[in-house]
Write a protein of this length. Structure first.
Length: 279
């Protein structure tokens, strides 16, 4: 049977991908962040699963605001990095896992989640930057991926609790997959940031750290936050954090926090990353 081994949460700041792609990680602005990511990368080297379910958001790159599904699962054989206006990132294509993705969809739909299915979506920085955070610049990515896109940009959005419950349904789906594969799950986006409007540049370390603490010790606390709570406390784009609840919902009640990094600023955001092993 398949086994869910661990979850990761990470921000997806596009500038971080650009720093990697353009060889700037040793420059003063980036150096301490990338040094801080070393233990995370070493953990990934030692703990690469067969497939990673990557819960991410598209930034109106692939999906138009005219038609944005709440939850979309990618069933493609492979996925290309998206062109976000200045050409696609020069990173390897992502290999999908259609058989596992379809199993996941069937199981989660039987659990009353009505998912959209997409066989050919290109993946923007919300997806490729977390891969670069974990794996650096390999000639091919070391795991297959199943993209799960969450609408965090076109209201109405799914609630923080709904995201957690989706994660629980994904956890059930993993447990019932007959092949002996190892599976990881990532929640991406955040942490606190706001990219426009009067409060542009807002970051809130106290809120972010409490969210990270709760992720480990009291995950239901993070399901009681409303979208307004996220936007007030963590800025408009801080609401991306609801995707971390999908990751946490898939893990069991007991997790061990293996790694945490919190770094301000990265671009206009607070960068956060966490690894939780399933016990
Ligand atoms: C930035 C952060 C994001 O999460 C994003 O999607 C786009 C830009 C930024 O800080 O620059
Ligand atoms: Fe974003």
């Amino acid at each position: 049977m398949a086994k869910l081994t661990a979850g990761m949460g990470t921000s997806h700041v596009p500038g971080l991908g650009a720093a990697i792609d353009n060889g700037k990680t040793h420059e003063a602005y980036w150096k301490s962040l990338f040094e801080g990511l070393e233990p995370l990368r070493n953990w990934h080297k030692a703990n690469t699963p067969d497939v990673n379910i990557i819960v991410y958001n598209d930034h109106a790159t692939e999906f138009s605001l005219d038609s944005y599904s709440t939850f979309t699962v990618g069933v493609g054989e492979s996925f290309r990095p998206a062109d976000e206006g200045w050409g696609p990132r020069q990173v390897p294509e992502m290999q999908g896992h259609p058989e596992f993705a379809w199993h996941l969809i069937e199981s989660v739909m039987a659990d009353e989640f009505d998912l959209a299915v997409n066989a050919s979506m290109d993946l923007d920085h919300g997806f490729t930057v977390p891969l670069s955070v974990a794996y650096g610049q390999p000639s091919e990515w070391p795991t297959a991926v199943v993209p799960v896109c969450v609408n965090v940009i076109q209201h109405p959005l799914p609630t923080a609790l709904r995201c957690y419950k989706l994660g629980q349904a994904i956890g059930t789906a993993i447990e019932s997959y007959p092949d002996d594969i190892t599976v990881g799950i990532w929640g991406t986006g955040g942490l606190s940031h706001q990219l426009g409007g009067e409060r542009v540049g807002v970051v809130n370390p106290e809120f972010d750290q409490l969210f990270l603490d709760n992720l480990t010790k009291d995950p239901l606390a993070n399901t009681r936050l409303s979208h307004t709570d996220f936007m007030r406390e963590a800025g408009c784009e801080g609401v991306e954090m609801i995707m971390w609840n999908v990751m946490r919902g898939a893990l069991g009640d007991n997790v061990e926090e293996i790694f945490r990094l919190y770094h301000i600023p990265v671009s206009a955001t607070a960068f956060g990353a966490i690894i939780l092993e399933n016990k």
